[in-house]
Write a protein that binds this ligand. Structure first.
Ligand SMILES: [Zn+2]
Ligand SMILES: [Zn+2]
Length: 224
């Protein structure tokens, strides 16, 4: 599937993955205008939730199971185009570009981890698309950071659970994510977009319940 998509991409004339305008040089995925328009989140944001500033109600990650959450870009404009290209066209080069941008800007506090853990896909979604964007992005980032990839989380019932605790059983909403293999002690959780943080929290909680001591989250883009 991926090999075929990459082959087709080679045969088609090179176009910017964001604006689809033809590229004059092969190699870069983004045209110069789209590269300049990337909505980088600069300056110190909240280290817990990744927002540049809190809305009314304070930090949405105040009670989250992850220690830190960070994203280099706002989920808007060209960053949104790249996320959509990763999600629906399954382009591996797009994942590599996003991983390179993530790795280049990754704060030191998120580097001291043992492995990269992808947010697991919803059951059925991967089968329909034949492609799992979070896993592909996490894999590309793990390569960049020279860390192992630990796809130890799964969603939905039926799988063997590791270290299911009282806390998890008390809250049926959290049962949607579980560890199906022993997790790394210090985990870097990776997803494409951080929206409400509920998925990252459920994943971090599952990792903590299964034995992770430290869970931090990196996403390509943050919904503001
Ligand atoms: Zn462009
Ligand atoms: Zn916050």
């Amino acid at each position: 599937m991926h090999a075929l998509q990459e082959l087709l991409a080679l045969l088609a004339p090179p176009a910017c993955v964001a604006c689809r305008r033809p590229l004059t040089t092969a190699g870069p995925l983004l045209c110069p205008a789209c590269t300049r328009a990337l909505p980088w989140l600069r300056g110190p944001g909240c280290p817990r939730c990744g927002l540049p500033r809190h809305r009314r109600g304070g930090c949405p990650a105040a009670g989250a199971a992850f220690a830190l959450a960070w994203a280099p870009l706002a989920y808007d404009g060209v960053a949104r185009d790249l996320v959509q290209a990763l999600k629906f066209r399954g382009a591996l080069p797009v994942a590599r570009l996003m991983a390179a941008q993530l790795a280049a800007a990754l704060p030191p506090a998120l580097r001291g981890v043992d492995a990269v853990v992808p947010v697991p896909p919803h059951p059925g979604r991967r089968r329909r698309r034949g492609f799992d964007p979070a896993n592909t992005l996490a894999g590309a980032l793990a390569l960049r950071l020279e860390l192992p990839l630990a796809p130890c989380l799964s969603r939905g019932g039926g799988r063997r659970q590791v270290g299911t605790g009282v806390r998890q059983r008390r809250d049926p909403g959290r049962l949607a994510v579980r560890a199906s293999a022993p997790p790394p002690s210090r985990a870097l959780l990776v997803d494409d977009v951080h929206t409400t943080g509920a998925t990252l929290d459920a994943c971090a909680r599952a990792l903590r319940v299964a034995g992770s001591r430290w869970v931090v989250a990196a996403t390509y883009a943050r919904t503001l």
